[in-house]
Design a protein around this ligand. Structure first.
Ligand code: ADP
Ligand code: MG
Length: 343
């Protein structure tokens, strides 16, 4: 294409909220064979909401949510934000009124203090809860954990062995890697969530799974239409996610994608891109998160969702400013039109 044609196409793109970083990227888009979509925040709205919270050990619901929220308070993950919003709502309104005006009280220290916080990418979070002690009482060689909630009571029991409260919040992988047993009842509940396209988050309290949260993130309204459109253009859509296989398959089925790669660790998304490039095919990657930036850079055409993180936007060749997946088709179309005219 002539420089003028490229300039015109770039202008047309910009008018439609499709920012193109250079003529090479514009040219490559017409030859793309695979479009790999990140799941969370790209195919889905990225508005995760907790739909279920179930405890298995008889722990009181409010206490359970407060513990989980305390652990997640230091995490930047969208799932953490969803858990915090849900727990906050429950804490202040006992689930009976609306969330309006909760933001102020949100920061006023209703959570437990935590220490030793650790975020494990692709797995979850771990931390110790301060100001909460477990007393291990030995009774006829049987260790019983007694949970106490105030410091006053520590003095009553101070002669007894004290253990800290350790929380682990995340997926199966996190539990398995830490040798935490998942009871059949818990596993069945998680499977049920996953089959309905939800993400199941397990909560282990001192190595015992005490509850599970179900989190839903609805598809973007245009997602299915865009997938169908790409297939009609002879482009194969693929989905890649760090989420578990069962949830991933359920979401892919809903949106009409056949090729899925799940339980991909954050660093692995770029490897997935490369695996599709092996036979010389050109690959586009569409993503929004920090996790996606190596894959966006590895792809022949990296497309960042405009509402995504700065790092993703920086790594991409295209920025889809309107946060609308239809612009993936707009971008490929624009490239095809610009370059077929000249050939
Ligand atoms: P995605 O590709 O969907 O953005 P991530 O790699 O960010 O996936 O996360 C993959 C999985 O790791 C999540 O589905 C969740 O099970 C678990 N996970 C990651 N961070 C957290 C967290 N802060 N709390 C709970 N679970 C988490
Ligand atoms: Mg994402």
């Amino acid at each position: 294409a002539t420089p003028t044609a490229v300039m015109v196409a770039t202008g047309v793109g910009a008018n439609n909220g499709v920012l193109i970083k250079g003529g090479d990227a514009l040219e490559r888009a017409q030859r793309v064979k695979y479009v790999i979509f990140d799941k969370t925040g790209t195919l889905t709205q990225g508005k995760a909401t907790v739909t279920t919270a179930k405890t298995f050990t008889g722990m009181e619901r409010g206490e359970f949510l407060k513990l989980v929220a305390s652990a997640e308070a230091s995490s930047e993950h969208p799932l953490a934000k969803a858990i915090l919003a849900y727990a906050r709502h429950f804490h202040f309104f006992d689930d009976s009124s609306d969330t309006n005006g909760t933001e102020d009280v949100a920061k006023s220290g209703w959570l437990f203090d935590v220490s030793d916080f650790l975020a494990l990418p692709g797995r979850g979070v771990q931390c110790s809860i301060e100001g909460k002690r477990i007393l291990v009482v030995s009774f006829y060689h049987c260790n019983m954990a007694v949970l106490i909630s105030t410091w006053d009571m520590v003095f009553v029991f101070q002669s007894l062995t004290e253990a800290i409260c350790y929380l682990q919040v995340g997926n199966r992988k996190l539990m398995v890697e830490n040798g935490i047993d998942i009871a059949t009842e818990v596993e069945n509940f998680v499977v049920e969530l996953e089959e309905s396209a939800k993400t199941g988050i397990l909560v282990a309290y001192n190595d015992i799974v005490t509850g599970v949260l179900g989190i839903a993130d609805p598809l973007k309204r245009e997602a299915s239409v865009v997938i169908e459109g790409l297939q009609k253009m002879g482009v194969t859509p693929v989905m890649v996610t760090g989420d578990n296989w069962r949830t991933a398959r359920a979401v892919a089925k809903e949106v009409g994608i056949q090729d899925v790669r799940a339980e991909v660790m954050p660093a692995g998304k770029a490897d997935v891109v490369c695996s599709f490039q092996k036979d010389g095919s050109l690959v586009a990657m569409v993503g929004d998160g920090i996790n996606d930036s190596p894959a966006l850079a590895a792809a022949d055409v990296g497309m960042a969702i405009g509402a995504g993180t700065d790092i993703a936007i920086e790594a991409a060749d295209y920025v889809l400013m309107r946060n609308n997946l239809e612009d993936v088709i707009t971008a490929i179309d624009l490239s095809r039109k610009t370059f077929s005219r000249i050939r």
